[in-house]
Design a protein around this ligand. Structure first.
Ligand SMILES: Nc1ncnc2c1ncn2[C@@H]1O[C@H](COP(=O)(O)OP(=O)(O)O)[C@@H](O)[C@H]1O
Ligand SMILES: [Mg+2]
Length: 267
């Protein structure tokens, strides 16, 4: 743990806005909490509905089944879906927040903190940023090899707060085959590059087998194609039933395990 205060580091620089001290302090508090979390990987796309949550969950369980210690953070604060996908109904009632261990993965979602998760969580930007920061500061993750973070769509408050506060070690971008999804994925990648966070590669979801959107993204951003997940009724059906495709379906297992192996080899 550092013994100096953020103010000491920049006290000579009068041009620094005072609010920056708060950000630096929060970032340091979060880093202290995350010391035992080796890899922190954000799953991201500016576009909704492309399969970020599906990808995050299945990669988390794929890595877990390979023997790694894994956490899964639902950072889609105002529209949390991870507990729905996993069929988790438990609630967390006390601080510091302890993720709920579900089938070997430590899971945390804002849905675990509200009385009725079916009601919309309507928060304005600053509250979302505060929630993200509390989440990251107050959670005892313990020792983890991988923390997989399901990020919200967009390029504004919530994903930006995460990128600012949490020293992510890498990002995975999700796209579908469509050109419009690829354009949004490129937008996401360009934003990530501004934060100097490693782009591990792109996943094409709901694919027909041959990467199209992912190829566009990989060429534009100069990154790897990590893998292709085909459009599959099994994936949507199992997810709707609160089951985890990578643990239940042979095809899904093959697709997601290939991606997880690449992550484990290179990251
Ligand atoms: N490969 C796939 N094949 C079929 N349905 C999928 C696939 N991936 C995701 N889905 C379904 O598409 C919907 C949106 O996926 P989701 O992971 O929630 O996207 P996002 O998190 O990007 O909004 C969900 O109902 C999910 O079950
Ligand atoms: Mg989602």
């Amino acid at each position: 743990m550092q013994s100096y205060k953020p103010e000491d580091v920049v006290k000579e620089k009068r041009d620094v806005h005072p609010s920056i001290f708060g950000v630096i302090r929060e970032k340091r508090e979060i880093e202290d909490k995350m010391l035992k979390v080796k890899h922190r990987i954000g799953i991201y796309s500016a576009k909704g509905g492309v399969g970020k949550t599906t990808t995050a969950i299945n990669i988390a369980y794929a890595l877990s089944s390979m023997g790694f210690k894994v956490g899964l953070l639902d950072a889609d604060i105002d529209c949390p879906n991870v507990t729905l996908f996993l069929g988790i109904n438990e609630r967390i009632k006390e601080y510091p927040l302890k993720p709920i261990e579900y089938k070997g993965v430590k899971v945390l979602s804002s849905a675990m903190l509200v009385e009725d998760p079916s009601k919309p969580i309507i928060w304005r930007g600053p509250m979302i940023a505060k929630m993200v920061s509390d989440f990251l500061k107050e959670t005892e993750w313990g020792e983890l090899d991988y923390l997989i973070i399901d990020l919200p769509p967009g390029t504004s408050d919530a994903p930006l707060s995460i990128m600012q506060l949490l020293s992510l070690t890498g990002f995975i971008i999700v796209t579908t085959p469509q050109h419009i999804a690829a354009v949004n994925a490129i937008r996401s990648g360009t934003m990530i590059k501004k934060f100097n966070i490693a782009l591990l590669g792109v996943v094409e979801n709901m694919s027909d087998g041959e990467p199209k959107g992912a190829r566009e993204v990989a060429e534009e951003l100069g990154c790897d194609i990590l893998g292709v997940i085909k459009k599959s009724d099994k994936i949507s059906m199992l997810s709707d039933q609160g089951k985890i495709p990578v643990l239940e379906d042979e095809e899904a297992k093959e697709w997601f395990m290939n991606i997880a192996k690449k992550i484990a080899e290179e990251h």
